[in-house]
Write a protein that binds this ligand. Sequence first.
Ligand code: URA
Ligand code: SF4
Length: 244
Amino acid sequence: MDVQRKLQILPTPRTARPGDVGRRQSRKDPDVVNSSSAAPSARPFVPDSVSLRTLRDASLGCTGCDLYRHATQTVFGAGTRRATLMLVGEQPGDEEDTRGAPFVGPAGRVLEEALEAAGVPRGELYVTNAVKHFKHEERGKWRIHKKPDAAEVRACRPWLEAEIRAVRPRVILCLGATAAQSLLGPQARVGTEAQPVASPWAAATLVTYHPSAVLRARDSASRTQMRTRLVHDLALARDLATRS
Ligand code: URA
Ligand code: SF4
């Protein structure tokens, strides 16, 4: 289907400002933490660069919100800067936190299988998360994933914006509601089907299930349904991203 015809024009949400992409850091930027009462933000740590290596290196020192305190390391995105399709998850999990790479744990395996079923080579993609540090709760010897709150997602968004600025993907596929809300605003949901929308970030932005939702499905019928949808949406996103 024609990309342009499929697109709905989305009203610019309060949390997604068009000027954020490509804009230079400014001393007057309201997001800059310049007093103890300012909102947490990665902004002061993000270099004005479109080099993924420079951005990644700088992200390792980010203390823009409290999440770095209990995590092992920043988990920056991975993949090619030539990607026309970018996948955005929620935040690193336990295994990602120890290994320092996105989607390398159980959710990563679900994603890997779905990509294979959709015929999408991972090497073509750039894969990242809305939040770059692992938020969790200690329970005995386990570290249980905790959903990042809206302030943490907002704090970390300058890294995601910088990655988008560096890669300039044609299509962004949000895996789950956290990524969707970071980029499309608080009303964004997974919805009953992936509806490509024009956003300040890419020609088409779509939302699908998070691979962890497939893992947590309440029964095998819903697991199959979610997996099928994920595979379908990966193929659709890739199709939109590769046509001229
Ligand atoms: N879940 C995510 O959202 N991202 C990861 O990198 C791993 C699990
Ligand atoms: Fe910085 Fe994001 Fe980590 Fe918070 S979660 S410290 S904003 S990289």
